[in-house]
Design a protein around this ligand. Structure first.
Ligand code: IVH
Length: 667
């Protein structure tokens, strides 16, 4: 292609891809398929490769990182980056409002989720991102431009040639965080404690390729224009930032008075778990920015804003007893039974103590007062002892020598902290394996839930996984014994039969191989045509798959080297399980190209489960109703999204209609 022609095409492609990036990363509603996007992107890469002089600074290809710094440059903030005063309860918010009333009369407010990440400032010159910096001590921060350029929702070049500085919060979504930690664990690296640490750790990297791989994001919430008083109200500033192409949090509300603020704060606190990223509070700002100077500042913080901190996700409780729980892989985990305590919206009465070393290191004893923490969807854990409250009568915990279920001697693998019950026939292990195998995430056998499995196990109908597929031979006994009724039994048996054609990925995950979670199962299945191929694969072949480290590879090889496990697979094959990756009518296309929005509280699943389900069926979930929304899945108390959906003529589904939709599309 001629130079002039290439130049023109590159400009066109950059423009198009920027638009698609914007739709995907900022608006959360893509308008083209991934395949089409990749095609355009490859064309651009090819042209840029042929004409290196035509590579534009704002090309999407320039976000992959590459720049490696020697050290961070210090940056002085022209306008200091202040922090906020805190409010801990309703009273603090009312007092904040009263102070403002007294000083300037009635004001309205902007109520903004407080994103738990790290504050950053972005400076644009002639519309081009020129410098990004951390907050640092508020006066001096560090230059992190190389890393911020990799964040896909941050525009590199604005449509208007303006000078301005925007500020906001860089964060990592919960899903990106889990994915990152899974990969780190697989590579034997220590996981990050929470998404904020992961985001901060990423920004501290001198090598921008690390940031490019890690899916960071940024919401912006304020702007400064040099030499201009930004006098418009905060909500107009936010709209302007949206129009400029920045990602602004969609849950920001305008409130006319403090009662409305308090309602909004309560609502955010109640739904905080549903957010795809961590929020640790709510920032309440006076909406009328022209009053800011008049309202004034303390040494550290403005008087026109306050940060309401959510109730801690930590609470104090007391250890009643400690027992050992056996998981499906045989892992023996000490679990504390606690005096029930309210923790961020639910009652907690059990918490994990991880393993023997953890208990010893933290010196956790029976009857101790302890601090319990719940983080996201993770199981509550005891994080430490309140030593001041020790009386001296607390009893230390001894890891038992034998499995509490089958009495086999527990084993500890060298170099690992966990104990295992080595007995493959251990009832505790078997029940957990069956539960896992049938679970929604694995073989998704509807009707075969925890309680039924436990009962069928106790009554001798089920012992090992293959027995699930032999239940049909016991149809009569099931009908007369299980208390299920003929129709339920038949439905159950039907679901069991249907699961035989599940994907290889589901089966692999269902087998419960150590270190082989959902994502790893998907990865491995996509590299092998059948279970036999995986069974025969070598450690090296597995290691050749990107993202698979020695820990996983060893675990897979060990699993399939076991005579018992090979027999298990032979049996399953004989029972008619397909065990192939690609099958006709694969579930992954069931909801393809459909965008869902979730609202209200669902009865049959949590919102997270609903999201996982939709995504595993190839659909998309977006956080707000827009022109691209196909369905609103609404539970009880649906709120404003429902009205918005009705206004936009978006079809509203309850849970039953949602299931029917899936059924019809499967056919
Ligand atoms: S306004 C002077 N708005 O919370 C006003 N901050 O202590 C500065 N944050 O350092 C902050 N979301 O890192 C503001 N919507 C939001 C925010 C927000 C998160 C963080 C930010 C700031 C800290 C406040």
């Amino acid at each position: 292609m001629k130079h002039a022609e290439a130049k023109h095409r590159i400009e066109e492609l950059v423009k198009q891809l920027k638009r698609y990036d914007y739709e995907y990363h900022v608006l959360d509603s893509p308008t083209i398929s991934d395949v089409e996007y990749d095609r355009l992107r490859r064309e651009l890469e090819r042209l840029e490769h042929e004409h290196p002089d035509l590579v534009r600074d704002d090309s999407p290809t320039q976000r992959v990182g590459g720049e490696v710094l020697e050290q961070f440059e210090k940056v002085r903030h022209e306008v200091p980056m202040l922090s906020l005063d805190n409010a801990f309860d309703e009273g603090d918010l009312r007092a904040f409002d009263a102070r403002l009333q007294k000083r300037v009369g009635s004001v309205s407010y902007s109520v903004e989720p407080k994103i738990d990440g790290l504050a950053a400032s972005l400076r644009y010159r002639n519309g081009r991102l020129e410098r990004a910096a951390t907050r640092g001590d508020g006066a001096i921060g560090e230059d992190i431009t190389h890393n911020v350029r990799t964040i896909r929702s941050v525009p590199l070049q604005l449509d208007r040639s303006v000078d301005l500085e925007v500020r906001g919060e860089i964060y990592m979504s919960k899903s990106a965080f889990l994915k990152l930690n899974e990969a780190r664990k697989a590579q034997g690296m220590s996981p990050f404690k929470n998404p904020r640490n992961a985001a901060a750790g990423t920004m501290r990297q001198l090598d921008s390729r690390v940031a490019a791989r890690r899916e960071l994001d940024m919401f912006v919430y304020s702007v400064f224009v040099p030499d201009a008083e930004a006098d418009q109200p905060q909500h107009e500033i936010l709209s302007m930032l949206r129009e400029l192409g920045f990602k602004v949090n969609p849950h920001i509300l305008r409130a006319g008075d403090i009662d409305t603020v308090i309602d909004a704060v309560r609502n955010l606190e109640a739904t905080r778990q549903d957010f795809p990223y961590d929020i640790d509070g709510v920032v309440v700002k006076v909406n009328e920015r022209h009053l800011y100077e008049h309202i004034g500042y303390t040494v550290k913080s403005p008087r026109w804003a306050i940060a309401y901190k959510f109730q801690a996700e930590e609470a104090m409780s007391r250890v009643r007893s400690i027992h050992v729980q056996i998981g499906r892989t045989g892992q023996a985990t000490p679990v504390a039974t606690l005096e029930p305590v309210e923790l961020a919206g639910s009652t907690v009465s059990r918490a994990t103590l991880h393993n023997e070393d953890y208990v010893a290191k933290k010196d956790i004893r029976i009857e101790d007062y302890v601090v319990v923490r719940k983080a996201g969807d993770i199981i509550p854990e005891v994080v430490g002892v309140v030593f001041e409250r020790r009386s001296g009568t607390e009893k230390p915990f001894q890891m038992p020598h034998s499995c509490p279920q089958c009495q086999s001697a527990l084993k500890r693998i060298e170099g690992e902290a966990d104990h295992f019950c080595p007995n493959p026939e251990c009832p505790a292990r078997n029940v957990q394996q069956l539960i896992h195998f049938a679970s929604r995430e694995a073989m998704n056998i509807e009707g075969l839930g925890i309680r039924l499995i436990e009962r069928l196990y106790d009554e001798g109908h089920l012992k090992r996984i293959p027995d699930i597929y032999r239940l049909k031979e016991q149809r009569q006994q099931l009908i007369s014994h299980s208390g299920l009724g003929e129709r339920s039994v038949d439905k159950l048996l039907e679901n069991i039969e249907a699961s035989k054609t599940n994907s290889l990925e589901q089966l692999l995950f269902g087998l419960g191989i150590r270190h082989v979670g959902k994502k790893v199962s998907r990865l491995i299945s996509s590299h092998f045509p059948s279970i036999d191929a995986i069974l025969e694969s070598s450690r090296e072949e597995l290691l050749a798959i990107e993202e698979i480290g020695p820990k996983i590879a060893d675990s897979v090889v060990t699993f399939f080297a076991s005579e018992a496990n090979r027999r298990l697979l032979e049996e399953l094959k004989a029972l008619g399980l397909t065990m192939r990756y690609h099958q006709t009518g694969s579930d992954q296309d069931t909801l393809k190209d459909l965008t869902f929005v979730l609202t209200g509280s669902l009865q049959t699943m949590t919102r997270r489960e609903a999201r996982d389900r939709i995504e595993s069926l190839g659909g998309r979930v977006s956080s707000s109703v827009s022109g691209n929304t196909d369905y609103l899945l609404a539970g009880d108390n649906p709120g404003s999204k429902l009205e918005k959906a009705r206004r936009r003529d978006v079809e509203v589904l309850d849970e039953a209609a949602f299931e029917r939709l899936i059924d019809t599309r499967r056919k």
